[in-house]
Design a protein around this ligand. Structure first.
Ligand SMILES: Nc1nc2c(ncn2[C@@H]2O[C@H](COP(=O)(O)OP(=O)(O)OP(=O)(O)O)[C@@H](O)[C@H]2O)c(=O)[nH]1
Ligand SMILES: [Mg+2]
Ligand SMILES: [Zn+2]
Length: 362
C-alpha cells in the first residue's frame, strides 16, 4: 500500500468533488470572479499581499510597506467579501495617486466554512466565512486543561483543512498542564502521521520547535477560545517581527480575546495569522458519503467492504472491513466514534434541508 492512512492535504478526489459542489451551488451570478475576470494566474505587474480588509478597502503589504488600496472601480464587489488576508493582489496607481486592486492572483487555497463563535458573531448573513487565503500551514491549537483537550474539534478541523487543501500541525499548548489522557489523545494523531508538537507559552517550552516548523511560511493559528493562540503568537515574536494589526480589544472581564483575524509579518517570507476562537465548525456542506474520505486511516479498508458505498455504519460487521478493523483495534475506536458522530450530524442537517431526507437512523 502506497500510503498508510496518512493525512493528505492534496487529495484530488476531494478537491474535484468540492469544485463540483461549489459550481452547482453558486447558481446565480454569485461567482463575481468569473464575471469580472478578477482572478488571473500570473502577471509581471506590481503585486502585494492583503493584510487586513475593511468594507471598501484593504491594507496591503507592498514592497515592504503597508499601503491602503481600494478595489478598482467597476469591480462589482465589496472588499471584505472579495479579498482575504493572504491574498495576492495586483496593484495599479490611479491618477489620484491612490492604489487600486485590479486583479487577484489565483489562490493556492482558502480557509473557509469556519463559523464564528456565536456570542460575538457579527458576520452578516450570507457571508461565506472565508478566513484567509494562500495558507502554507494551519496550526490547530488545542490546550491541556483550560479548555480541556477533546478530539471532536480536531477531527472536524482536519476535515475542513483537507477539504481546503491546507497542510496542518496540531499544537498542544499549555503543556505545563498536560495529563496522561492528553498524551493518549495526541497519540491518535501521531498514528495517522499528523505532526504534533507540544508547547507552553508560559514556560516557553516547544516554542523553538514551533518556530522551525512555521518559519518561511504563511501560517495560521486556529482553535477554540482560550487555548493560547495569541499567547503563542506573542511568544514566537522576536524583534524581527512587525506588528501590523490593531491591538486586541478587551472584553468586560479584562481578557484579551481576539475578535478579528490579525496578520503578523515575521519576515519577507513568514507570517502568522492569529484568528479569533471559534466554538463550532460548519460541516453542513459535506455529503454523508464523502465523510469517510477524510479519515485517512480508513483508506486501506474502505474499498474492501462487501457493500457498495459502504458507510461503515449500519452495514453488518461481517461485510464491513472498517468495522472489523475497529473491532480488532487497528483503527482507533475514538476516531471511528468521531466519524459516526460527524456522519449523523451531517445527515440530520440534510434532513432539515432536503425534501427527500437521508435516514440512517441510529
Ligand atoms: N498554563 C498556561 N496558560 C497559558 C498558556 N498559554 C496561554 N495561557 C493562558 O491562557 C489564556 C488564554 O490565552 P490566549 O492567548 O488569549 O488564548 P487565545 O487562543 O488567543 O483565545 P481567543 O483570542 O479568545 O481565541 C491566557 O490567560 C493565557 O495566559 C500556557 O502555555 N500555559
Ligand atoms: Mg487570541
Ligand atoms: Zn464498511
Amino acid at each position: 500500500m502506497a500510503h498508510h492512512g496518512r493525512y493528505d492535504s492534496t487529495l484530488t478526489k476531494k478537491s474535484i468533488a468540492k469544485k463540483e459542489r461549489a459550481k452547482s451551488k453558486s447558481g446565480k451570478g454569485k461567482n463575481l470572479e468569473e464575471e469580472n475576470d478578477f482572478i488571473i494566474s500570473s502577471t509581471d505587474k506590481d503585486k502585494g499581499v492583503v493584510i487586513e480588509t475593511r468594507y471598501n478597502e484593504a491594507t496591503i503589504l507592498y514592497n515592504g510597506n503597508l499601503i491602503t488600496a481600494q478595489l478598482r472601480k467597476g469591480i462589482n464587489a465589496v472588499c471584505n467579501q472579495t479579498v482575504f488576508p493572504g491574498d495576492i493582489v495586483v496593484l495599479e496607481k490611479e491618477k489620484s495617486e491612490q492604489y487600486s486592486m485590479v486583479n487577484l492572483i489565483e489562490r493556492k487555497n482558502i480557509l473557509s466554512r469556519v463559523k464564528r463563535d456565536s456570542t460575538r458573531n457579527n458576520i452578516s448573513a450570507g457571508s461565506n466565512h472565508n478566513v484567509a487565503a494562500n495558507i502554507d500551514v494551519a496550526v490547530i491549537v488545542v490546550s491541556a486543561k483550560t479548555p480541556p483537550l477533546h478530539p471532536k474539534f480536531i477531527d472536524r478541523y482536519l476535515m475542513i483543512l483537507q477539504d481546503n487543501a491546507i497542510d496542518c500541525i496540531i499544537c498542544l499548548n499549555k503543556s505545563d498542564l498536560k495529563t496522561e489522557n492528553d498524551e493518549r489523545i495526541l497519540d491518535l494523531y501521531r498514528e495517522i502521521k499528523i505532526p504534533v508538537i507540544e508547547t507552553s507559552a508560559t514556560n516557553n517550552s516547544g516554542i523553538e520547535e514551533l518556530k522551525k516548523k512555521i518559519r518561511g511560511k504563511q501560517a495560521i493559528f486556529v482553535g477554540h477560545s482560550g487555548v493560547g493562540k495569541s499567547s503563542l503568537t506573542n511568544a514566537l515574536m522576536d524583534t524581527d517581527i512587525i506588528k501590523t494589526s490593531h491591538t486586541s480589544s478587551k472584553t468586560g472581564k479584562g481578557r484579551h480575546t481576539t475578535t478579528t483575524s490579525k496578520y503578523y509579518i515575521w519576515d519577507e517570507n513568514s507570517s502568522i495569522i492569529d484568528t479569533p476562537g471559534i466554538r463550532s465548525l460548519d460541516i453542513s456542506s459535506f455529503e454523508p458519503e464523502e465523510i469517510k474520505l477524510y479519515f485517512p486511516e480508513f483508506d486501506d479498508w474502505s474499498g474492501r467492504c462487501k457493500y457498495a458505498d459502504c458507510l461503515h455504519y449500519r452495514e453488518p460487521q461481517e461485510g464491513c472491513m472498517v468495522k472489523q478493523a475497529v473491532q480488532s483495534g487497528i483503527i482507533s475506536r475514538q476516531r471511528y466514534g468521531s466519524y459516526i458522530r460527524i456522519l449523523k450530524e451531517v445527515v440530520n442537517e440534510k434532513d432539515k434541508n432536503d425534501e427527500e431526507g437521508w435516514d440512517i437512523g441510529d
